[in-house]
Design a protein around this ligand. Sequence first.
Ligand SMILES: [Zn+2]
Length: 235
Amino acid sequence: MFYFDFMLVLFTLPAVLLAMFAQYRVSSAYRQMSQVRARMSGFHAARKILDDAGLYDVNIEQIPGEMSDHYDPRQKVLRLSPGVYQGHSMAAVGIAAHEAGHAIQDAKHYAPLKIRNLAVPVASIGSNFGMFAIMIGFSLLFSGIALGKFVMLVGIVMFAGVVAFQLINLPVEFDASARAKTELVNLGIITGPELPYVSKVLNAAALTYVAATLHSVLTLLYYIMRYSSATSNDR
Ligand SMILES: [Zn+2]
């Protein structure tokens, strides 16, 4: 049932290449900027930014992994990987400040973040079930079953929910990085001339989100094209 769709691979190739490039940029920027020393650890940088924003009740925990850092809006907890939590580097304070930026967005009821959080369950259903429905719809159509059109359309609509989620996620990520850079300099965690070090890591991370979004947009476009050609053929 899950055949290899060569046309889809070709159609989304620009996004795949961009994603590979972004992944390379993130790893190399993280490695490089882990060598540039900062005045404090990622933990202390995040704590300072959170306290300055009055977010004393937002805890910071250490979690295993690399680049597993995130802010959990339900538990109001910042979870940092060991390299970021303990690291006294530009990469560590940059990533920690970015995650603190999400906590500030949450506290200030930043609208795109609220919409993003609401869309999380929709997006996770859409990315699994949407794709599945599209494949089933195709198979039904190939077997000459007209219901396939409807099933495909349902899948496309669900997958469009995933794309919408990723699009609303972009301003959330850009804003968190912008807040991080401002706070790092304002609170004296880094100096103005050190800002490009932090930007290098955060911009590379932002590019991975752009690549993932582009991939979903192209996938959606591809299936819309397949759908319209499938439905016009039998008219
Ligand atoms: Zn983020």
